[in-house]
Ligand binder design. Structure first.
Ligand code: FES
Length: 191
């Protein structure tokens, strides 16, 4: 019988730990739970773009709160991914102004081009499609958000192609704010 090995418990990198410590210094000691949202963002960036139950448990442990307090927050906000995602998560706004400017057609085109269905990932692992509510950029509808960047006025095939081509040329891992001046290779810093 094959020996079984226990799954490794996730751990924050030293850089992430330092950033978490810096963040927590902004809150009174008895209000550290208030840092839950930014620490979930750090966790999501650290662990492949999604927060597994084990990673959420790590966040709970870091903040000395119950795991359920993390789960109820991570499952409420669409910006946290609760299952593995592709290299790029395309958050497609589906609220009124974007819908009037063609978000339904945009979604259908993105599904057709990438081979992913909304809520799923393309067969090549490059793109995950999500529908989200207003991204507060209605004047530039229809909008897709990919990490910190907005792709605007995606109502032409050329604009959609330009977005996808730009993303195809990028690495998966976003550069975390506290790493900008680190010793990361330039090939990572430039994306
Ligand atoms: S409705 Fe899409 S950004 Fe507001």
């Amino acid at each position: 019988m094959e020996p079984t090995t226990a799954p490794t418990k996730p751990q924050f990198s030293p850089a992430a730990q330092a950033e978490i410590k810096r963040l927590l210094s902004h809150y009174p000691a008895d209000k550290s739970k208030s840092a839950l949202l930014p620490i979930l963002h750090i966790a999501q960036a650290e662990f492949g773009g999604w927060v597994s139950p084990e990673v959420q448990d790590l966040v709970a442990e870091t903040l000395s709160i119950k795991p359920i307090e993390v789960y109820e927050v991570s499952s409420f906000y669409t910006m946290y991914n609760l299952k593995p995602v592709g290299k790029h998560v395309l958050e497609i706004c589906r609220t009124g102004p974007c819908m009037l400017r063609g978000s339904d057609e945009l979604t259908a085109n993105l599904e057709r081009i990438t081979g992913a269905k909304v809520g799923g990932t393309s067969p090549d692992g490059n793109f995950t499609l999500k529908e989200v509510e207003c991204l507060a950029a209605c004047g530039f509808a229809p909008i897709v958000q990919v990490r910190e960047k907005y792709y605007e006025q995606l109502d032409t095939p050329e604009a959609v192609d330009a977005m996808l081509n730009e993303l195809r040329g990028q690495i998966h891992r976003p550069i975390l704010s506290w790493e900008e001046n680190s010793s990361l290779p330039n090939s990572l810093k430039n994306n």
